[in-house]
Design a binder for this molecule. Structure first.
Ligand code: ATP
Ligand code: MG
Length: 215
């Protein structure tokens, strides 16, 4: 009886897409907060392949970003990493990823999409924004400098009532960013405590951002 109850419960998954160049505690704290808040069974981290808005030469090799994401999520039993975008050739679009995931998981799976509020702002300009908004529930982590009111208004401007599809969540560790971490490494400044130690070690071992050790 217990098992049939377990399997009849609709699965809730949360997707967190990102460049993860590198993954850091901002991403991890946010994903864990969403998992807890919405009782999510599985959080899927999806490192980007070739995002249309970033030049390939400026982004670390996908396999390095994938491995860092694996290292960072290893200790959380609900966290998984997907190669779905890395394996895709050409530009990767989130809307295609969501569609592909829908084909993989049971039909009644509820999909949450986690973004920083800044990234959510961009999503509204993405390919098929409306379709994307109607196909999953968005959870936007609010970051300093981004206002929910403005975001809600922009969603309303899309012409439909997507209110139920957009949630906000306030998370600490919001001022950590990958670009700041990369710059810190280049400038020989510490990154310790901003990201998991395993990721920090990986960065120096492979001289990802130009340095082989912290001083
Ligand atoms: P960059 O500085 O290069 O833009 P990033 O730190 O924003 O990198 P991404 O891989 O671009 O990292 O982000 C993936 C997702 O995580 C995006 O939705 C982004 O808004 C969100 N995010 C990034 N940093 C944080 C943070 N500190 N707290 C919550 N969400 C974050
Ligand atoms: Mg970003």
């Amino acid at each position: 009886a217990y098992t049939s109850f377990y399997f009849s419960k609709p699965l809730k998954i949360a997707v967190m897409g990102g460049t993860f160049d590198p993954i850091h505690y901002g991403h991890l704290v946010t994903a864990e907060a969403v998992r807890h808040q919405y009782d999510i069974g599985q959080v899927l981290f999806v490192p980007t392949g070739h995002p249309p808005h970033k030049k390939q030469s400026e982004v670390t090799h996908p396999e390095d970003r994938y491995l860092m994401t694996m290292l960072a999520t290893e200790t959380n039993p609900a966290f998984y990493v997907s190669r779905i975008e890395i394996e895709r050739t050409g530009f990767t679009y989130t809307v295609d990823t969501i569609e592909e995931l829908k084909g993989i998981y049971p039909a009644n799976t509820e999909i949450f999409f986690i973004t920083g509020a800044d990234a959510f702002h961009e999503i509204l300009t993405w390919k098929n924004a409306e379709h994307l908004l109607s196909s999953c529930t968005f959870v936007a982590a609010t970051r300093p400098g981004y206002h929910r009111k403005e975001l809600s208004e922009r969603v309303e401007k899309l012409g439909k009532d997507f209110g139920d599809h957009l949630h906000f969540l306030e998370v600490p560790a919001l001022s950590i960013s990958s670009s700041d971490i990369r710059q810190r490494v280049r400038e020989d400044r510490p990154i310790k405590y901003l990201l998991p130690e395993s990721v920090e070690n990986y960065i120096y071992k492979h001289a990802l951002y130009g340095r082989t050790s912290a001083t």
